[in-house]
Design a binder for this molecule. Structure first.
Ligand code: NAD
Ligand code: DAO
Ligand code: ZN
Ligand code: ZN
Length: 377
């Protein structure tokens, strides 16, 4: 405790620039904080979105990454729920157990560190990262593209120490999000019909949740038919490509399902597919859940009669899971063989090759089937 650590990190110096692996310094954790060695991290859409300059609130220079796993190096004063050596997952959705959101069982959106996290800072308003004498911003309270990071105590949980860290890191974002959207947000019942827009990692996690909920039909919707094979392995009973039809896909699905789906999930982040997913729901009871994050400034629309006649439009973040309560349980579920993670991993990369993950040629190498690449730190 108390020493500044010098290590490697992938720094995003500015929007649309390649990440640069730099030697940085990581200050010790202050009160209520945890410093951890990051051992593995996934790469999610939001990292690319922010690096691409599409997030108008994106701050630079920054250390991106929010789908990680590692071990606690040291803890600041007052932290007693994790200790050095614990295997931990950083959580971009905190859980303080004290704010009005944490005390409300209807939401997982703890607001305790929301403002400073959004400003790229630790809860006391300062940064723990420097490259030379230049201060770096934190990202989503996690910054896992670094060998060492500091996170708020309310934003980290210990998990089973025998868990393979190169797999369970994925529970820090995409997989948990899709799975929880089905089980917590929609609460899909046995025998229900489900359709999923977007068969990336998040959409396939929805499929996994729908299988768990014993849905009777699970229809995958994607414009890349290269995704259909893996989607069927995950449990899709059918897959459709909107490009194969000359009428809107919602009409196709309503015809296929005797009036519409019981539940639909949008896992793309496109406002047009969000509308299609809502309108493919069954009159009277169908529910559509928005998971995809649309570009800043975008707006959704439909005819209000769609809602008047009983369809329900919802959204969800981090699968509705209260993070510190839930992620350790999901790790146990994976260890018990009740949840897939390995099947989502389509590549590994060392930190100094991280830019390759965003190179279109890398996805081509997987015939457009790349799901998640794990960075080994
Ligand atoms: P991904 O890029 O791996 O998958 C997206 C899929 O959508 C691809 O298979 C692509 O072919 C398909 N697609 C694209 N345009 C389409 C269209 N018009 N019609 C049909 N299919 C289309 O992405 P991912 O990592 O699975 O993430 C999906 C979305 O979920 C992103 O928007 C991401 O930001 C969001 N997300 C939300 C949360 C949350 O908490 N709400 C958490 C994580 C990710
Ligand atoms: O306003 O309380 C809040 C924070 C909302 C965070 C929502 C995260 C949505 C998903 C992020 C994209 C995937 C990493
Ligand atoms: Zn993510
Ligand atoms: Zn809280």
């Amino acid at each position: 405790v108390g020493k500044v650590i010098t290590c490697k990190a992938a720094v995003a110096w500015g929007p649309k620039e390649q990440l640069k692996v730099e030697t940085i310094t990581v200050d010790p954790p202050r009160a209520g904080e945890v410093r951890m060695k990051v051992n593995f991290t996934g790469v999610c859409h939001t990292d690319a979105y922010t690096l691409g300059g599409h997030d108008p609130e994106g701050l630079f220079p920054v250390i991106l990454g929010h789908e990680g796993c590692g071990t606690v190096e040291s803890v600041g004063e007052g932290v007693d729920h994790v200790k050095p050596g614990d295997v931990v997952i950083p959580l971009y959705t905190a859980q303080c157990r004290d704010c009005k959101f944490c005390r409300n069982p209807k939401t997982n959106l703890c607001q305790k560190v929301r403002a400073t996290q959004g400003a790229g800072k630790m809860p006391d308003g300062t940064s723990r990262f420097k490259c030379g004498d230049k201060e770096l911003f934190h990202f989503m309270g996690c910054s896992t593209f670094s060998e060492y990071t500091v996170v708020a105590g309310v934003s980290v949980c210990a998990v089973n120490s025998t868990a393979p860290q190169d797999k369970v890191c994925l529970l820090g974002c995409g997989i948990t999000t899709g799975y929880g959207a089905v089980l917590n947000t929609a609460k899909v019942e046995e025998g229900s019909t489900v359709a999923v827009w977007g068969l990336g990692a998040v959409g396939l996690a929805v499929v996994m949740g729908a299988v768990k909920a014993k849905a009777s039909r699970i229809i995958g919707v994607d414009i890349n038919p290269g995704k259909f094979q893996v989607a069927k392995e995950f449990g899709c009973t059918e897959c459709v490509n909107p490009k194969d039809f000359d009428k809107p896909i919602q009409n196709v699905l309503v015809d296929m399902t005797d009036g519409g789906l019981d539940y639909t999930f949008e896992c793309i982040g496109n406002v047009h597919t969000m509308r299609a997913a809502l309108e493919a729901c069954h009159k009277g009871w169908g529910e559509s859940v928005i998971i995809g994050v649309a570009a800043s400034g975008q707006e959704i629309s439909t005819r209000p009669f769609q809602l008047v006649t009983g369809r329900v439009w919802k959204g969800t973040a981090f699968g509705g899971y209260k993070s510190r309560d839930s992620v350790p349980k999901l790790v146990e579920e994976y260890l018990a063989g009740e949840m897939k993670l390995d099947e989502f991993i389509t590549g590994h990369m060392p930190l100094d090759k991280i830019n390759e993950v965003w190179n279109p040629a890398f996805d081509d190498m997987h015939a457009g089937r790349a799901l998640r690449t794990i960075i080994d730190l």
